[in-house]
Design a protein around this ligand. Structure first.
Ligand SMILES: Cc1cc2nc3c(=O)[nH]c(=O)nc-3n(C[C@H](O)[C@H](O)[C@H](O)COP(=O)(O)OP(=O)(O)OC[C@H]3O[C@@H](n4cnc5c(N)ncnc54)[C@H](O)[C@@H]3O)c2cc1C
Length: 502
C-alpha cells in the first residue's frame, strides 16, 4: 500500500469512526477538520445496537457504553400530555450483546472518538484545515487545503477521499453531486437542559402527538434532558423560546437550566451520487433524515463500517476498484428506507390526518393501526441490504439471512468466552452449524475453529433462517446463507455465493 494517505474530510463522529476503521486495517489516514476544535454542540441522543457494531469494530464500544444509558421506551402523549400508548424497551442485552438502543450526549461520543484517534498510530488529525478544492486523478485525488489560522493554501495528494463533512458537504459540491428531497423541510426548536436534581419523569422518550404543537421530551444521560417542538409556519424561534418555562412545566422541568436553544430545519434528503472515482460520501454528506427514529448518525456509522473494508481491499490491491460501486448500491436503498420510515413515523406521531387521529383514539388503536410506530419503538433491526454482488439474497436461507447482521452472540472457544465477532477475524468468515449449540467458524485463509454457542442464540438464528451455514462479510453482514440440508455437500467457503470475492 502506498504512503499517500486516505483523506477523511470532517472530524464529526462519522469521519472519526471512518479514520479508526481504516487505521485498524493498516490504512494511513489524514483527517481534515475546518474547525479549530470539536463542534461540541449536542445533537444526536440515540444510537441503536446495530450501529454500535461499527463503534465496536472501531474499538470504542466499551467507551460508548460508559457514556450511554439504555433507552427505556417511547410514550405517546396527546396534546394535554395524557398517555395514549407506551412501548417499553428492556435494558437487557439484545441480539448484539448490548441494549437495543442507547441514549447519549453527542459531544461525549465525539470526545471519546477524538481520544481514540489520538492514540491510534496511522491517523493524523489536522484541525483548522479546510478542504477548498479537489480534482480527481489516476491515483486518487489532488486536494487544496486552506489553513484557516494563517490563510495559506497548500496542495495535498490523497489515495482516496471520504467526504464525511456533514450536511453542507464541500466534497459533495466539488464532485458535482446533489441532494434529492424525499420530503418537505420541517422547522423545530431544540432545547438542551440540565437539572442537578433529577426531574420526576418517566425515563423514556415522551412524544407529544399534537399536530398543533408536536413536541418531544426526554432524559438524555446524567443531568441532561432534551426538549424539542415543531415551529408553526411563520413562527419565530424567539417567540417559542420565550415560552419555554411554561412549556417545560408539565414535565417538571420549568426550573431546569437551559444550556442551549437552537432552531434546526430537519431535512429528508439523499445524495444522487456517492462515488466519483475514489472520492466517496458518507454520513450527513450523503443523507439527511428527520430525527424521529434517531437514525441520522446511525446511518452514517453504517456507511463507514461497510465502506472501510472495501476501500482497504481496493487500496491493498486485493479487490478491483469496482468494489467501490457497491458503496452507494448497498447504502443508498437502506438510507432511503430509513429516511422514509422516519418521515412516516414522524407523520403518524405528529401530523394531522387519519394516522394521527388513530393515535389519539387510544392504546389499542395505536398498536393495531400504527405498526410502524410500534415496530420501531420495540425492535432495533433495520431492513436487510438488497441483493447485489456482495449480498446473495437467493434461495430459502439466503432470502431470510443474506443482507442482515450476524448476531453478536457469546461463544466459547476452549475455556475462553467472547463474542462471536472475536473469532471471525477481520475478513470474510464462514460459520457452520455442526450440531445444536456447536458451530465451526472459519476465518478467511485460517483454520476452522469449533466454538460452543453459549445460550444457543446462533443456533436459533440459523434455524429461524433455515440455514446450516452462512458466509459473513468483514462488516458482519451475511453475504450468503446455505440451507441446512445442503451442508452435506462440501463447498469452498472463501468463495461464498455472492459473486466476486472481495
Ligand atoms: C437536533 C438533532 C437531533 C438529532 N438526533 C439524532 C439521534 O438521536 N440519533 C442519530 O443517529 N442522529 C441524530 N441526529 C443526526 C446526527 O447528529 C448527525 O447525523 C451526525 O452528527 C452526522 O455526523 P457527520 O460526522 O456525518 O457530520 P457532522 O457531525 O456534521 O460533522 C461534519 C464535520 O465536517 C467538518 N467540515 C465541513 N466541511 C469541511 C471542509 N470543507 N473541510 C474540513 N472539514 C469540514 C465540520 O466542521 C464538521 O466537524 C440529530 C441531529 C440533530 C440536528
Amino acid at each position: 500500500m502506498s504512503n499517500t494517505p486516505v483523506v477523511v474530510v470532517g472530524a464529526g463522529p462519522v469521519g472519526l469512526t471512518a479514520a479508526l476503521l481504516l487505521a485498524r486495517r493498516g490504512v494511513q489516514v489524514l483527517v481534515l477538520e475546518r474547525q479549530p476544535a470539536p463542534y461540541g454542540q449536542p445533537r444526536a441522543v440515540h444510537l441503536d445496537d446495530e450501529a454500535l457494531r461499527a463503534l465496536a469494530d472501531a474499538g470504542v464500544a466499551d467507551d460508548f457504553l460508559r457514556i450511554g444509558r439504555p433507552v427505556r421506551g417511547l410514550r405517546l402523549l396527546d396534546g394535554r400530555l395524557r398517555t395514549l400508548a407506551e412501548f417499553r424497551r428492556s435494558a437487557a442485552a439484545g441480539a448484539h450483546g448490548w441494549p437495543q438502543g442507547s441514549m447519549f450526549h453527542q459531544p461525549d461520543l465525539e470526545d471519546l472518538l477524538l481520544a481514540a484517534v489520538g492514540r491510534t498510530p496511522g491517523i493524523t488529525l489536522r484541525a483548522g484545515a479546510e478542504l477548498v478544492d479537489l480534482a480527481r486523478d489516476d491515483r486518487g485525488a489532488a486536494l487544496t487545503v486552506l489553513d484557516r489560522a494563517s490563510g495559506t493554501r497548500s496542495p495535498l495528494a490523497a489515495a482516496a477521499v471520504l467526504g464525511c463533512d456533514g450536511a453542507h458537504s464541500t466534497v459533495r459540491r466539488l464532485v458535482g453531486a446533489r441532494m434529492r428531497d424525499l420530503g418537505r423541510p420541517d422547522r423545530w426548536l431544540v432545547a438542551d437542559l440540565r437539572s442537578a436534581a433529577p426531574l420526576p419523569v418517566w425515563p423514556g422518550v415522551h412524544q407529544v402527538c399534537d399536530p398543533h404543537r408536536a413536541a418531544t421530551f426526554m432524559p438524555v444521560t446524567g443531568d441532561r434532558y432534551r426538549w424539542e417542538a415543531r415551529l408553526r409556519p411563520g413562527e419565530m424561534p424567539e417567540e417559542l423560546a420565550a415560552r419555554l418555562p411554561a412549556l417545560l412545566a408539565p414535565f417538571g422541568a420549568a426550573g431546569a437550566e437551559v444550556v442551549r436553544v437552537a432552531e434546526y430545519t430537519y431535512r429528508a434528503q439523499v445524495a444522487d451520487r456517492w462515488r466519483s472515482g475514489r472520492v466517496l460520501l458518507a454520513g450527513d454528506a450523503a443523507h439527511l433524515t428527520p430525527p424521529f427514529i434517531g437514525q441520522g448518525l446511525g446511518l452514517g456509522l453504517r456507511d463507514v463500517h461497510q465502506l472501510a473494508w472495501k476501500l482497504a481491499a481496493v487500496l491493498t490491491g486485493t479487490a478491483d476498484e469496482a468494489l467501490l460501486d457497491t458503496h452507494q448500491a448497498e447504502r443508498e436503498p437502506h438510507a432511503r428506507a430509513m429516511v422514509r420510515l422516519a418521515l412516516l413515523v414522524g407523520r403518524l406521531m405528529t401530523g394531522g390526518g387519519r394516522g394521527a387521529a388513530g393515535l389519539r383514539r387510544g392504546v389499542l388503536a395505536v398498536a393495531g393501526r400504527v405498526p410502524a410506530v410500534a415496530a420501531f419503538a420495540t425492535d432495533s433491526r433495520t431492513p436487510p441490504l438488497r441483493r447485489g454482488p456482495l449480498v446473495a439474497r437467493r434461495g430459502r436461507a439466503g432470502r431470510r439471512l443474506a443482507g442482515t447482521l450476524l448476531p453478536r452472540a457469546p461463544v466459547r472457544v476452549g475455556d475462553r468466552g467472547c463474542p462471536v465477532d472475536d473469532v471471525l477475524g477481520s475478513g470474510t468468515a464462514r460459520l457452520r452449524l455442526l450440531a445444536p449449540g456447536r458451530l465451526a467458524v472459519r476465518p478467511e485463509g485460517g483454520p476452522e475453529t469449533e466454538v460452543v454457542d453459549v445460550g444457543g442464540a446462533l443456533t436459533a438464528w440459523l434455524r429461524r433462517g433455515r440455514a446450516g451455514s452462512v458466509v459473513v462479510r468483514p462488516d458482519r453482514i451475511v453475504r450468503s446463507a446455505t440451507r441446512a440440508d445442503a451442508e452435506r455437500r462440501p463447498r469452498d467457503p472463501a468463495a461464498g455465493e455472492g459473486g466476486p470475492a472481495s
